[in-house]
Design a protein around this ligand. Structure first.
Ligand code: 9D3
Length: 263
């Protein structure tokens, strides 16, 4: 049972990952659990404020350190009280979601799925008081080089990416291994019925029933798609030793299309 705690002023947002699709089914099956914590429940002033104006001036508001520290203390206590298998006991890592964080990727998702759970801090407003980050947060993760309005959607992306890797989460165990980025290449094209759509036939090799030839074709299509859309990944796969002699021979025969093509 993977336990994920999320600190958020919008806990209802996180319910979606427990209800729908692969993560919803994995939740129903008891493969993982979510605890959402609202820092507003840990403040006692009349307005239940969790933010205030930034020292030094400037736009936006800053999340107060104390409500977040009190929320974290309650989470650590709750984890210590219920040290189930793979919940990490009291020792779960605290991760703040932040545009300034380290890029979250497939390797971090696999670490998370293999580990004892995590406490995710999903912020709103412009920032979190730096003293809370310095004293109570172990790492910061970002989900891409774009800005969204808060940490909740990034938290849901991270949860989804990790939970689908849990043993038993996918119908087909091979899917997680075959996923793009697991082998360092983009996916090959896929086809289903009908055999001809708007005059375009399915590549005949896929109808041949020749499994070895189909595997070679798919590998070559994956190499072609990666070379055209993400040539940086070809270099990375090469340096990681993921390309064999047959891959290199195929890439030698590939001519790049005109760069004005969309690929
Ligand atoms: C002007 C400074 N802004 C930072 C670029 C302030 C700011 C905007 C939006 C601070 C936080 C946010 C909310 N975003 C997240 O919490 C967030 C995020 C993101 O915006 N992009 C990529 N990954 C992440 S993880 C959390």
């Amino acid at each position: 049972m993977l336990r994920i705690d999320v600190i958020t002023i919008f806990p209802e947002m996180l319910e979606a990952v427990t209800r729908f699709g692969i993560t919803g089914r994995a939740h129903d099956r008891g493969l993982w659990q979510l605890q959402a914590w609202n820092p507003r429940d840990f403040v006692t002033d009349a307005w239940r404020r969790v933010d205030d104006r930034p020292y030094g001036g400037g736009p936006g508001m800053v999340m107060l350190a104390q409500p977040l520290a009190d929320t974290l203390a309650a989470i650590h206590q709750d984890r210590q009280a219920l040290p189930g298998a793979n919940t990490g006991g009291a020792g779960a890592k605290v991760v703040a979601l932040s545009p300034q964080g380290r890029p979250f990727d497939d390797a971090v998702a696999r670490d998370l799925a293999a580990g004892g759970g995590v406490i995710l801090l999903a912020g709103r407003y412009e920032a979190v008081d730096q003293r809370l980050l310095d004293r109570h947060v172990d790492e910061e993760w970002a989900v891409g080089e774009f800005v969204v309005s808060g940490g909740e959607l990034p938290a849901m992306m991270i949860i989804d990416a990790a939970v689908r890797l849990l043993p038993g989460a996918l119908h087909d165990a091979g899917s997680a291994q075959q996923d793009s980025f697991a082998d360092g290449l983009l996916d090959c094209p896929h086809y289903t019925r009908p055999e001809v759509f708007e005059g375009v036939p399915v590549p005949e090799v896929l109808l041949s029933g020749h499994h070895a030839r189909i595997a070679v074709w798919r590998r070559q299509q994956a190499l072609r798609a990666t070379l055209r859309k993400r040539p940086d990944l070809i270099e990375h796969a090469r340096r990681s030793g993921l390309l064999g002699a047959a891959d290199e021979a195929f890439l030698q025969t590939e001519v790049l299309p005109d760069s004005s093509d969309s690929g």
